[in-house]
Design a protein around this ligand. Structure first.
Ligand code: ADP
Length: 172
């Protein structure tokens, strides 16, 4: 498994799958979710809207993942996962975030994805401390690659030099 850091817009990446930091309704929103929905076009919302609800307004519970087509993106697939909202770290946030990475990788492998890009899940409006989130992201991706089939290429896509530096440091 080759792990790389990319600084810039995840929607521009030519990979088999990009991961979306979605909300439970898979309704689109701000941040990376909004950028992905804008770049993918209206077909993405249409596809999300037919994914079954597991409880009122919830198509994807926190920590789980769902897959759709990439629509107008170069990526063939979009894997939507819902990160935890940071409430101080004693509300199961680290385990939920770890599940996001594991469940996304499982879906990716099931769909024959050879290259995948992750955004910094939960590090925007969900308020997860970036250093802690990055360390979980790197640890989970590596641990997955140690024991499961895995995409040959994993990219951590991030906005801003400070976030990129955190990934580079964690990967060292
Ligand atoms: P969450 O709700 O999970 O916190 P956000 O979208 O608010 O998700 O933020 C997650 C991370 O994605 C943040 O670090 C933010 O800077 C970054 N981000 C926002 N837009 C993009 C994009 N187009 N490409 C890559 N990363 C992005």
């Amino acid at each position: 498994m080759r792990i790389e850091v990319f600084e810039g817009d995840i929607t521009a990446l030519d990979v088999d799958a990009i991961v979306n930091a979605a909300n439970p309704a898979l309704a689109g929103g701000g941040g990376v979710d909004g950028a992905i929905h804008r770049a993918a076009g209206p077909g993405l919302s249409e596809e999300c809207s037919v994914i079954a609800m597991v409880s009122p307004h919830v198509r994807c519970p926190t920590g789980e993942a769902r897959i759709t087509g990439g629509h107008r993106l170069k990526a063939r697939h979009i894997i939507h996962t819902v990160g935890p909202v940071w409430h101080g770290g004693r509300d199961g946030e680290p385990e939920r975030l770890a599940e996001c990475y594991r469940n996304s990788l499982r879906l990716a492998v099931d769909h024959g994805v050879a290259s995948i890009a992750f955004p910094a899940i939960s590090c925007g409006v969900y308020g997860y401390p970036p250093e802690k989130a990055v360390s979980t992201a790197v640890a989970e991706v590596r641990a997955w690659g140690d024991v499961h089939d895995a995409p040959a290429q994993v990219i951590f896509a991030c906005f801003g030099e400070s976030m990129a530096a955190l990934y580079r440091q964690a990967l060292r």
